[in-house]
Design a protein around this ligand. Structure first.
Ligand code: UTP
Length: 477
């Protein structure tokens, strides 16, 4: 009898799901239901209940109504920007630095680090933050970034809360890694790890949600633009309000050169009354593979390199310089107020639909490994907040000292770990030489953020006698 009753309950639930799916033509998701274990049935049912099929239909329909990027790109102008030499701002770099330092000392600044990506291009079987990038130390990306936060806390004698975004793909392993390393010296009370949302992939031709090998839906993280919603869901936005933090410095896990909480950058942002400021570097070539920060019809926005037609990219100013010169490096400062609006539906971020190769199980239960892009994935991009922000500000920084992303696997021509390490060594060699040290050609040097955060601090601390002829890692605890 008991068995009968539970059988009936399962099939009632199953009917419910079936009806719900039938409305959207997604009943195939239950094709393998009978062969699933009880646990997997529960997982699949939860996944199905968590998907807003009506919205997916709407996004798919609006695909054709998405921006005509080529037309936008042809109307694009260079963005108003604070240039490297200070041009473009009524404030001097010194005034900006002082204002930024005041904000930091007053505890008005927190940090958000997004590390929920799957890192497919790097081909590393763990969260990208665990990747050993230090050229001499072998320090992981997490170690370098968290030590930078710790060094900034020490410099300004203040607590700086860190919010670290993971995804179901990276969450558990990130938590264990941070615990195993004592959060690299950051106090537990100041580190919040929160998990972003996910989205299913759909068949590009039919809009049907794809099933993975285990009979459940294969979900992927919903893009770095999932950050405001996930931050709110974790309760962090309320914590921020209570603790008086007004600005969040944003960084991505793949750039070990990021100048964490750069006071000059924060100062320009606050002095301009901006809700979102973004660092850019001057592009070397028109077709560089970075997002282009531009102004279109008076709004600052980013046009991805893949959406920028060659003729628009090639445009020059009368002095011969590139017209669309500003390359996005994904370093921003957000006002907490903007994140509040973005997460409450007042200024909701759009989804970008990308065609990707996604393996799936077909209705006969066979695993299909597509040779061509077969699916549509949905992702939100954080920089889509730019047009929604009051007084957005663009600030140019020096690429050699601020930007080296780990994107591709070893051996790749660009954005590979070796290239990033070479850039770290070159920068730290410059700091040492500016401090009067001599480093023999070809010798690897690395400076821990806990030893020095910049050339000036290196100059104050370093006292090397003779020439450095062996790999050197300068650190202090
Ligand atoms: P990328 O766009 O470079 O993606 O992420 P990725 O996942 O690291 O690498 P690929 O494209 O699969 O090779 C830029 C930053 O945004 C974060 C990443 O962790 C990285 O810090 N990100 C990306 C998220 O936090 N969530 C996402 O859903 C996507």
């Amino acid at each position: 009898m008991i068995g009968d009753r539970s059988e009936r309950r399962a099939s009632a639930g199953d009917d419910d799901l079936r009806k719900r799916l039938a409305v959207f033509g997604q009943e195939h998701l239950l094709a393998g239901w009978d062969s699933l274990s009880a646990d997997m049935r529960q997982k699949l049912a939860e996944q199905i209940r968590g998907i807003d099929f009506a919205r997916i239909e709407r996004w798919l329909r609006s695909q054709t109504a998405q921006h005509d990027w080529a037309a936008l790109a042809r109307r694009a102008e260079p963005p108003p920007a604070v240039r490297l030499d200070g041009r473009g701002s009524p404030y001097t770099p010194e005034q900006a630095r002082r204002r930024g330092e005041e904000m930091l000392r007053a505890g008005r600044v927190g940090v958000v680090l997004v590390a929920g990506g799957q890192g497919t291009r790097l081909g590393f079987d763990h969260p990208k933050g665990c990747y050993a990038i230090g050229p001499v130390s072998g320090a992981s990306l997490f170690q370098i970034l968290l030590e930078k936060v710790l060094a900034v806390r020490r410099r300004y004698g203040v607590s700086i809360p860190l919010y670290l975004m993971t995804s179901p793909a990276t969450h558990e392993e990130t938590l264990s890694f941070l615990e195993a390393h004592g959060r690299f010296g950051l106090p537990q009370s100041d580190v919040t790890v929160f998990c972003q949302g996910t989205m299913p992939a759909v068949d590009a031709a039919t809009g049907k949600v794809l099933l993975g090998e285990d009979g459940c839906i294969s979900l992927s993280p919903d893009g770095h633009g999932g950050m405001p919603a996930a931050l709110r869901a974790s309760g962090a936005l309320d914590d921020l309000r209570r603790s008086g933090v007004e600005q969040l410095f944003y960084m991505q896990v793949d750039n070990p050169l990021v100048s964490v909480c750069d006071p000059e950058f924060i100062g320009y942002h606050v002095l301009a009354g901006s809700e979102l400021s973004t660092q850019v570097v001057a592009k070397h070539n028109p077709l560089d593979r970075v997002g282009n920060v531009v102004s279109v019809d008076g709004q600052v926005r980013i046009i991805e390199y893949s959406d920028l037609p060659d003729d628009a990219a090639q445009q020059r100013q009368p002095d011969g310089s590139l017209k669309l010169w500003a390359g996005n490096i994904a370093v921003h400062v957000f006002s907490v107020e903007l994140l509040r609006r973005a997460s409450s539906g007042e200024s909701e971020l759009p989804f970008h639909l990308a065609r990707k190769k996604v393996p799936y199980v077909d209705e006969r239960g066979t695993l299909v490994e597509p040779a061509e892009p077969n699916a549509i994935k949905f992702e939100r991009f954080i920089f889509d907040l730019l047009p929604m922000a009051r007084q957005p500000l663009v600030v140019e920084v020096d690429e050699a000292s601020c930007f080296a992303p780990v994107k591709n696997a070893p051996g790749a021509e660009r954005d590979s770990p070796e290239r990033v390490q070479a850039q770290m060594i070159a920068l730290h060699r410059l700091w040492l030489e500016a401090a009067g040290a001599r480093v023999a050609a070809g010798v690897a040097v690395e400076i821990s953020p806990l030893f020095a955060l910049d050339a000036e601090e290196t100059r104050q601390k370093v006292n090397l006698k003779g020439e450095v002829i062996e790999p050197l890692y300068l650190r202090s605890t």
